[in-house]
Ligand binder design. Structure first.
Ligand code: FB9
Length: 498
């Protein structure tokens, strides 16, 4: 069997051609091999110990680009245009169509080889300004082709590079010498223990390649979860660890009733008009709303009740029936709490949801017309703001956020409400990490929940933590048609608390 590449290399080294070692590029050429094949043999010999020494080298090489080859063959654009220009010159539009075109014209003008004569009857004419020119660009490229690139003045080389006629290529190679344990009779170390070796006992006399415990496993060629879905999975895990149950959220199209009215958000609230909300034309109206409950919602909005004075306006069913794309998953929370209220006997619950919501707002680098809302809801007797602060600390600590601050805020459906801030060690600043509050009695009591039941809730987005964790500044690099799928493939596993 013909000797392998490693053996050929060793024999060449043995013959000390040339003395003192040899260059991997020359060796590959001499052996008629691809350089990478020879480098593979160098690596396998290095793994055997001190058989050879291989010193990495980086050589700079100059190559003509495709455009450079074209200029080498046909001449530079500026010379081709100059030599195609007739004695009497040409109107500028025609001159631009000569060989060399606009590039040649601009360069010839810059070199003052041609001039523009304006004011004539046919408009500006292009005329020669000198009797003859030399194609120094083509001459330089001819020198490069002869291997004299290094002798060219650096200014000339840089100009050829700037015009993308000349490419600077870095060639990585090795200078190979005999090692202290050099031998041409290297026995290739075995890389696997076969049943035949065990049965015959031949393994006892064979050299085995040392096991490389540092070797990284081959990356499994499989699918990858999008970073958003990785973070969703982590947040879902955090809620499940805390004993929360996921709410049904399979309803992008929602009625204004569940999205706003049931949450005690008045019908004239600015968030309810076109510029903040996507209303549907077809189907424009929700078919049915729970009659008895709707009457109670109408009453609490228009007249008040349960100790509230209400908003004192004429609540309209037509407004409540308008269909929209839900602006928050709190609409799903309202539906879930209404189902809870219908139970014979109240029992405490911990619900969560993570799903898409839609807002007709101005877009920017961090906001699109939709995002994923994350929401936690706890219903029990006698819950207070202290319980809310406590569960927020527990939840956000699972995201690695242990320094929280609470700032009074306003939501139409919670009172009191708090914005949640956390000090982010990585960003070295306080960032808003969510919003929270205690659902109002005007929301809970019309549903039929017992009077001493209070419901605490909070929300955040999926996109913000994901962008922070993955160091993404523009949301369009995370979601949308411009996303580079390689980013998805390369995105590392994410630990929110790390
Ligand atoms: O997610 C947000 N910020 C955030 C969250 C986590 C995080 O993790 C760190 C890396 C580890 C970092 C940042 N925010 C909420 C705050 C801001 O980003 C804000 O500018 C954008 N907000 C969205 C709404 O903007 C239109 C984030 C979204 C949001 C805000 C409020 C709620 C939900 C989502 C809510 C609520 C709520 C309140 C009371 C009761 C029920 C629900």
């Amino acid at each position: 069997m013909s000797p392998g590449v490693a053996e050929l290399l060793l024999q060449r080294l043995e013959r000390e051609e040339p003395p003192g070692g040899l260059c991997s590029l020359e060796a590959a050429a001499a052996l008629g091999l691809d350089h990478q094949t020879l480098v593979g043999a160098v690596k396998s010999l290095q793994a055997l110990g001190e058989v050879i020494e291989a010193e990495p080298r980086a050589a700079r090489r100059w190559e003509l680009s495709a455009e450079g080859l074209s200029v080498l063959r046909d001449g530079s654009p500026e010379v081709r245009l100059f030599r195609s220009l007739p004695e009497g010159g040409l109107p500028q539009p025609e001159a631009m169509k000569l060989p060399g075109g606009s590039v040649g014209f601009n360069k010839a003008m810059a070199n003052k080889w041609v001039r523009l004569e304006k004011g004539g009857p046919g408009g500006a004419r292009v005329l020669r300004a000198v009797p003859e020119v030399q194609d120094t660009v083509q001459q330089s490229l001819q020198r490069v082709q002869r291997g004299e690139a290094e002798e060219l003045p650096e200014r000339e080389r840089n100009e050829l590079k700037r015009r993308k006629l000349l490419l600077e290529v870095t060639l990585k190679s090795y200078w190979i010498r005999k090692g202290s344990a050099f031998s041409t009779a290297v026995t290739r170390a075995e890389t696997e223990l076969t049943p035949e070796m065990i049965a015959t006992g031949s393994w006892r006399d064979l050299p085995f390649k040392p096991y490389n415990f540092q070797a990284r496993g081959l990356p499994p060629h499989c699918g990858r979860l999008h970073p958003l879905l990785r973070v969703r999975s982590l947040l879902r895990g955090a809620f499940l660890e805390m004993g929360f149950t996921e709410m049904p959220t399979d309803r992008f199209v929602e009625s204004s009733f569940w999205n706003f009215d049931a949450l005690f958000q008045p019908q004239q609230h600015p968030a309810r008009d076109q510029h903040d909300t996507f209303f549907l034309q077809d189907p424009a109206e929700a078919p049915v709303l729970p009659a008895g409950y709707t009457a109670k919602v109408k009453k609490v909005h228009s007249q008040g009740g349960y100790g509230s004075q209400g908003y004192k306006y004429e609540w309209r069913l037509e407004e409540a029936r308008k269909n929209l794309l839900r602006t928050h998953t709190t609409a799903s929370s309202a539906r879930a709490l209404y189902q809870l209220a219908k139970q014979e006997k109240f029992s405490p619950v911990k619900y969560f949801s993570i799903d898409r919501v839609f807002r007709n707002e101005s877009l920017d680098a961090t906001h699109l017309a939709e995002f994923h809302q994350v929401e936690g809801v706890v219903a029990d007797r006698g819950l207070t703001l202290g319980h809310l602060m406590g569960i927020l600390r527990q939840f956000f600590s699972k995201l690695g956020l242990t320094q929280l601050r609470f700032k009074p805020a306003y939501n139409p459906y919670t009172e009191p409400s708090m914005e949640v801030f956390s000090y982010h060690e990585g960003l070295k600043k306080w960032v808003e990490v969510g919003n929270s509050g205690i659902f109002r009695p005007e929301l809970l009591l019309p549903m039929g929940l017992p009077e001493n039941v209070t419901v605490i809730a909070w929300g955040l987005s999926l996109e913000r933590p994901t962008m922070i964790k993955y160091g993404i500044n523009n949301i369009r690099e995370l979601v949308g048609h411009r996303v580079d799928l390689q980013m998805v493939y390369d995105s590392p596993l994410c630990r929110l608390d790390a």
